[in-house]
Design a protein. Structure first.
Length: 250
């Protein structure tokens, strides 16, 4: 199995901001609070706080309506600096959903940073029985969406750039999972993840990078170039769907 680092350490000021955000929430939950984590793209190379929100996972013993009211009143408003996107969940809900959301939980378990509380992931394993099936399901859905957007773009090809940029984050998660299906730990770099997926599944890496580059590049491209890039990405996703459909997973 690959020994790539699966996450990076965020800047100290971002960690401090996250802990400040958590403090009133932890107080509101009181004894029901278990732990808080940073998750998602903030733990990868190239994270841009101006473009992306900072994902937080808050795990509690229970989230009864009274506790929800206290938390709702305590959640800080991020007027400046990092914008936080929290997800609240009980430990029971987490464990019960491992088989329903295997992609999401595998990504989160592999790439998280504990900020407060106990480590709720100790000994937790995600069932892989339906992992390949969920990958194919998600890829087929995204491929259909890409095709629909292409047909609907009409005389506004610049809209296609917006579609690629918007869908890039979801593809990142899927690409990381596709490496896990082949027994590898995904690299922290989005670019290297995409390049490795292309290597393993026989795809055009340059075309497969299109959505990521469209999301993170400030360079403006003309309508013809956008359409060419979009079509190349659409073609590679269709090829990838075919590869996953025939993939045998132990």
């Amino acid at each position: 199995m690959s020994t790539h680092e699966s996450r990076i350490e965020p800047p100290a000021e971002l960690l401090a901001a996250a802990r400040r955000w958590i403090e009133p929430v932890r107080t509101a939950l009181g004894p029901e609070f278990l732990s808080a984590y940073l998750t998602g793209s903030v733990l990868t190379h190239g994270f841009d706080a101006a473009r992306s929100r900072v994902n937080l996972l808050i795990v509690a013993r229970s989230l009864e309506p009274d506790a929800l009211d206290r938390v709702a009143a305590s959640v800080p408003e991020s007027k400046k600096g990092p914008q936080f996107d929290p997800m609240f969940m009980t430990r029971v809900q987490m464990l019960a959903s491992l088989d329903v959301f295997p992609i999401e939980w595998l990504d989160l378990i592999e790439r998280h940073l504990r900020l407060e509380g106990e480590d709720v992931f100790t000994g937790v394993e995600v069932p892989r029985t339906y992992l390949r099936l969920q990958c194919e399901h998600e890829l087929r859905g995204k491929h259909l969406r890409l095709r629909h957007e292409y047909l609907a773009s009409g005389k506004r090809p610049e809209r296609l750039a917006e579609v690629l940029a918007r869908l890039a984050s979801g593809f990142h998660t899927l690409f990381r999972t596709l490496l896990r299906l082949r027994g590898e730990v995904p690299p922290a770099s989005h670019e290297r993840v995409i390049e490795r997926v292309a290597e393993l599944y026989g795809l055009d890496a340059r075309a497969l990078l299109s959505a990521h580059l469209m999301r993170h590049s400030s360079r403006k491209e003309d309508a013809a170039a956008i359409r060419v890039r979009y079509r190349a990405f659409l073609t590679e996703i269709e090829r990838l769907v075919g590869a996953i459909d025939g993939l045998l997973v132990p």
